[in-house]
Design a protein around this ligand. Structure first.
Ligand code: AMP
Ligand code: GLY
Length: 424
């Protein structure tokens, strides 16, 4: 069969790698892709938001299955555009992708269906938000309602900071129309865990857990980024935590979406915080995490095409989802200066070192082939260097060893990815 993947990051490279392992797949295309994806798929220069062109391409090439990796097209309704033409596509439709597309929606859903999350209020004008903050307990969390590249969340320690945050989100529109509404939420403390799942509208199957490191610098300092590294599984995601989440969070979320007339098919990514009062939902995403996908997918034993088709067909209950009994760590190699400003266009050297090494992966996030045929840096997050190991410590040592195989100007990484596992 022929598969089209939509997106251009490390997540889409990890998806492409899993798709390439399926015995049922003959041809893989990726729109728009990147230099690494181009080694296992044919990249086509169509942007992820160019729905008409994507649909036309899928028809022209008789694509059997399209997989949407990114949030923006999902929230914008790309799945509806494909389905309207009778094309098979993996991902939630627009009505369901709102689970990620609107934080106000997701908070109201959790409240209505008693799914544990931080206490909150939604606001659609800055005056009411400011008045509310006057009596609120600090620290407090402000969230732009819509998509903001993972940057629309402000943690404010003082009333002054919170007021400035309202100004940024709702008045200065730093995150554009994402700030037309805002969620003001109780500040929680605890360990974070990312749990990804496959969903077919009614059945949910949980993947192995992971943890992301969102801050740019060691010791969780610096600005929030898309993610600087991940490990899987999380040793803090115990059987007890899993039992709680199965009962109070996972299936209840799927049932809530169905009850709202928005059956969810695709990936639900639960961003959880393990608080003293038990696990609570920080956020929902409607797609694989990036770089969570880079540590979860290499450990998945199933044929990804079979699992995705079961999601589309509503037969996920018949799938026995299995993961390897090992661990993986991903260290992101970024361009120095990310997430603020950074240079691009530097040659990436050493990629060939990964060619013959089992259990080592170099997922491309921001790379491209230049006019001279060289692979050069082309983004803030450049590569996701991933390694497996028998356990997390071995995987971490392997991943950091592999980061040394790669060199490019302005290469930057965190040195403490997975350090928390020493405390487990
Ligand atoms: P989100 O995009 O909602 O996952 O938020 C981004 C990050 O902000 C999370 O990964 C947390 O580290 C932090 N965060 C979000 N909501 C809260 C909260 N209610 N309390 C504490 N930290 C939070
Ligand atoms: N790594 C977090 C995300 O993909 O949203």
């Amino acid at each position: 069969m022929k598969v089209l993947i939509v997106g251009s990051g490390g997540r889409e490279h990890a998806i492409a790698m899993s798709v390439a392992k399926s015995s049922r797949v003959d041809e893989i295309y990726c729109a728009p892709g990147n230099a690494g994806i181009g080694q296992i798929a044919e990249c086509v220069p169509i942007g992820a938001m160019e729905f008409e062109k994507l649909v036309a391409f899928a028809k022209e090439k008789a694509i059997d299955l399209t997989i949407i990796g990114m949030d923006d097209p999902l929230v914008g309704g790309v799945v509806d555009a494909f389905e309207a033409e009778g094309l098979r596509v993996f991902g939630p439709n627009k009505a369901a992708a709102i689970l990620e597309g609107s934080k106000a929606f997701s908070k109201d859903l959790m409240k209505k269906y008693n799914i544990p999350t931080a206490a909150y209020e939604n606001f659609d004008n800055p005056e009411d938000a400011l008045a509310y903050l006057e009596t609120a307990k600090m620290p407090i969390v402000l969230k732009a309602d819509g998509l903001a590249l993972g940057k629309g969340v402000l943690i404010c320690n003082t009333l002054k900071e919170a007021k400035a945050g309202v100004q940024e989100i709702m008045l200065d529109k730093k995150f554009g129309s994402a700030g037309n509404q805002m969620v003001v939420e109780e500040f929680m403390t605890g360990r974070e865990v990312s749990v990804l799942s496959y969903v077919d509208g009614k059945t949910i199957k949980i993947m192995s857990s992971a943890q992301d490191h969102k801050r740019a610098k060691d010791g969780d300092q610096g600005l929030n980024t898309g993610g600087m590294g991940t490990f899987s599984p999380s040793p803090f995601y115990t059987k007890e935590v899993d039992d709680f989440c199965e009962k109070y969070i996972f299936q209840p979320t799927v049932d809530a979406m169905a009850a709202e007339g928005r059956p969810f098919k695709g990936i639900i990514f639960f961003g959880l915080m393990l608080t003293e009062d038990g696990p609570k939902v920080l956020e929902y995403n409607a797609r694989f995490g990036d770089p969570e996908a880079q540590v979860v997918l290499p450990r998945m034993k199933n044929d990804i095409i079979e699992v995705m088709e079961a999601c589309i067909d509503g037969t996920l209950d018949q799938i026995d989802l299995q993961f390897e009994d090992n661990a993986a760590v991903c260290v992101v190699l970024a361009s120095d200066g990310y997430p603020v400003s950074y240079q691009k266009g530097f040659e990436i050297k050493g990629l060939e070192n990964f060619a013959d090494k089992d259990g080592y992966y170099c997922f491309h996030a921001g790379s491209k082939l230049n006019d001279e045929g060289k692979i050069v840096t082309n983004g803030g997050r450049v590569l996701g260097v991933t390694a497996k190991g028998a356990d997390l410590k071995e995987a971490r040592a392997n991943a950091y060893k592999a980061t040394e195989w790669i060199d490019f100007e302005n290469k930057y990484m965190r040195h403490d990815i997975g350090k928390a596992i020493d405390e487990a």
